[in-house]
Ligand binder design. Structure first.
Ligand code: NIG
Ligand code: FE
Length: 391
């Protein structure tokens, strides 16, 4: 039998269900309570009207929001790239080539080492409020190394993405077509059983539009759904291809033409912005404002990886998005919760309404706005995942 818990005396409750709250996208409730039964939310409303439950937690006038949905990370890897970061901060530019350093370290690592790294970064993310995460392969680039990365990832999340097409494997430096054939053939066969999604880094120095189309189409034929690293370092075909193939998400979106923005606003593809990458590569910021004003759905995510964005902190990304990308605090919090859920085509997470998964964050602050207002401060005071208090 499951047990029920009421979290009462919540100063601000973010439900992300406009009909439950103040009709804003965040569906805000003041002086609220939320009731959990088993792994689900069963009730939200005024604190004084909370039904009787087995357990009670007094939030003490603090804020509660849905757990963060981090829809883009690369957590199966070994080693780090401190030197490359140092070089960048002394003026060197970021390029896709740095991925090779992590590929070498990842291939040399044992399964146990990769598992231990992944577990460590996930624990780090959980302490900062992430309750759902997607993660990718992409640092193996052989059939064996890609499939083992996905097997390890699948032990921790359902949102697993096959990214054999991260860069052309160094083993195929003179034969990119041969690598695309591997990624769409034997490697896909070995990887598909562990993955839900297929991704490609569509960029100069990685894969062009035609290669990306061939890779994503092959993945689709195997039942994997596309998402794309698009328009990160330069303008290019990635965003348009994402919309054309009904990708769940086009990620990065740093260099967008008006036609790209229009395509995202009118299609079913979410624009996922990854401000940790612009921070860590000292690059130009994408404009969330431009996308939101055009009517696109925006998600915010960490892109946690050892090269371009070595942060597991969604609160940090929220603060950056507000300060540097033109988002309001409300928009950034929505994008890091409901937006991430949209980017993963999920409706059981990213909101706190009856029937949703009981994934909640309690902040040591009276409102969600403090996530941007108090940057760098560890505000996460409690985390429930599937109804179980983990932090
Ligand atoms: O999302 N853009 C491609 N992939 C990663 C970077 C990977 C790396 O530099 O190791 C990203 O930024
Ligand atoms: Fe990425």
């Amino acid at each position: 039998m499951s047990s029920s818990t009421a979290i009462t005396n919540i100063a601000t409750l973010v439900t992300n269900d406009p009909s439950l709250g103040d009709n804003s996208p965040l569906g805000l409730l003041q002086d609220a309570a939320v009731v959990i039964d088993g792994d689900r939310v069963v009730w939200t409303g005024e604190s004084s009207k909370a039904p009787a439950t087995d357990n009670r937690v007094d939030a003490g006038g603090r804020a509660v929001l849905p757990g963060f949905v981090d829809s883009h990370s690369h957590l199966v890897f070994a080693g780090d790239r401190t030197q490359e970061f140092n070089a960048r901060m002394s003026g060197r530019a970021y390029s896709a080539g740095g991925i090779r350093t992590t590929v070498a370290a990842t291939r040399a690592a044992t399964d146990a080492e990769l598992e231990a790294n992944l577990t460590r970064y996930l624990a780090e993310a959980l302490r900062q409020g992430t309750t759902t995460f997607e993660t990718k392969s992409g640092y193996g680039l052989t059939t064996e190394d890609e499939s083992r990365a996905l097997r390890i990832a699948a032990g921790h999340t359902d949102e697993v993405t096959y990214l054999g097409a991260h860069i052309v494997s160094p083993d195929f430096a003179d034969d990119p077509a041969g690598y695309v054939a591997l990624v769409t053939g034997e490697m896909l066969d070995a990887c598909a059983p562990y993955a839900r999604w297929i991704d490609v880094f569509c960029e100069q120095g990685a894969f062009d539009g035609d290669q990306a189309r061939a890779i994503l189409t092959a993945g689709k034929a195997r039942g994997l759904h596309p998402r794309i690293h698009a328009n990160q370092l330069s303008y290019g075909p990635g965003v348009q291809l994402a919309v054309e193939l009904d990708a769940a998400s086009a990620d990065h979106c740093t260099h967008l033409t008006d036609a790209d923005v229009e395509a995202l606003a009118s299609g079913g593809t979410v624009a996922t912005l990854l401000p940790g990458a612009e921070f860590s590569t000292r690059a130009e910021w994408p404009s969330a404002r431009r996308l939101l004003d055009a009517g696109a759905t925006v998600a915010l995510s960490t892109d946690c990886n050892p090269g371009s964005s070595f942060t597991s902190s969604v609160p940090f990304c929220i603060a950056l998005a507000v300060r540097e990308m033109g988002m309001t605090p409300d928009e950034a919090v929505w994008s890091a919760t409901a937006g991430g859920a949209r980017a993963l085509r999920r409706d059981d997470v990213g909101r706190l309404a009856p029937g949703a998964r009981a994934d909640l964050v309690l902040l040591d602050a009276p409102s969600h706005v403090h996530l941007a207002y108090r940057p760098g401060v560890p505000l996460v005071a409690g985390v429930w995942r599937r109804g179980v208090r983990e932090v």
